[in-house]
Design a protein around this ligand. Structure first.
Ligand SMILES: [Mg+2]
Length: 246
């Protein structure tokens, strides 16, 4: 089954952001939002009765800024914050962050090509400009996480992130799936990173479909080549749906 075939009026659509809806940029702030992306997402939200959510490591506020004026359901910071379809917010409690904040600050002070990103309840260190520092970033942040109760280390594409252990994208998807308008639909989760694999496994266990964007090993049932192909597939499926209804 192709991704485009998987998209139908009875699905609930969960979308990672970076590397899935938009191409990964040199800096997290430098992503380019393709023309028409918000419009396509808004049309899908109408077709699916509101059952579209962005599931990202970014804070909700950043996703809103990128997609404005569109306001979608969002799980931000890997599910540590979540805005439901009715607009209400669910926040996970924040754990003490000082050891991971100190460790990340020391890293960027010593290596200015690294980039630190502070969020509510999580701290990320991006090493896209200095891939040779991967092991140092990983070991330093791992040691800091071990001194921090309630936090765990997540390793994504050119990024390590200390985040709450009790949250994940797959738990966020589960939470949406228990609420209207997601409940009772077939979950389709699209993501690109190693950190999305547990989400693919989780939706597929419940009869849903995981969609991997890009290359690399995956448990996802189906795959699209890159974010552009992903956006085109979303538009194609919309056209097909509209033609069928006409
Ligand atoms: Mg991603």
């Amino acid at each position: 089954m192709t991704f485009s075939d998987a998209l139908g009026p009875s699905c609930a659509l969960f979308l990672d952001f970076d590397g899935t809806l938009v191409e990964i940029a040199s800096h997290p702030q430098a992503v380019v939002i393709p023309t028409g992306l918000s419009a396509t997402l808004a049309r899908w939200r109408n077709v699916l009765g509101g059952a579209v959510a962005v599931v990202s490591g970014r804070p909700i506020q950043q996703i809103d800024g990128f997609l404005a004026p569109l306001v979608l359901s969002v799980a931000g910071v890997h599910g540590a914050e979540r805005r439901r379809a009715d607009g209400s917010l669910a926040w996970h409690p924040v754990h003490p962050m000082q050891p991971v904040v100190d460790a990340a600050r020391a890293l960027v002070r010593a290596y200015p090509s690294l980039e630190m990103e502070s969020k509510r309840g999580a701290v990320a260190v991006h090493y896209r400009q200095a891939p040779q520092l991967q092991f140092l970033c990983l070991s330093t942040m791992q040691a800091a996480v071990e001194r921090s109760e309630g936090l765990t280390l997540l390793c994504g594409k050119m990024v390590v992130e200390a985040k709450p252990s009790c949250t994940s994208k797959s738990l966020a998807i589960d939470a949406f799936m228990q609420e209207a308008p997601f409940a009772g639909r077939t979950a389709v989760f699209v993501g690109d990173d190693a950190t999305d694999e547990s989400g693919f496994a989780s939706v597929q266990r419940r009869g849903g479909i995981g969609v991997k964007v890009g290359e690399g090993p995956t448990v996802a049932q189906t795959r699209v080549a890159n974010p552009m192909a992903m956006r085109e597939a979303m538009e194609r499926a919309l056209e097909r749906y509209t033609e069928r209804r006409a």
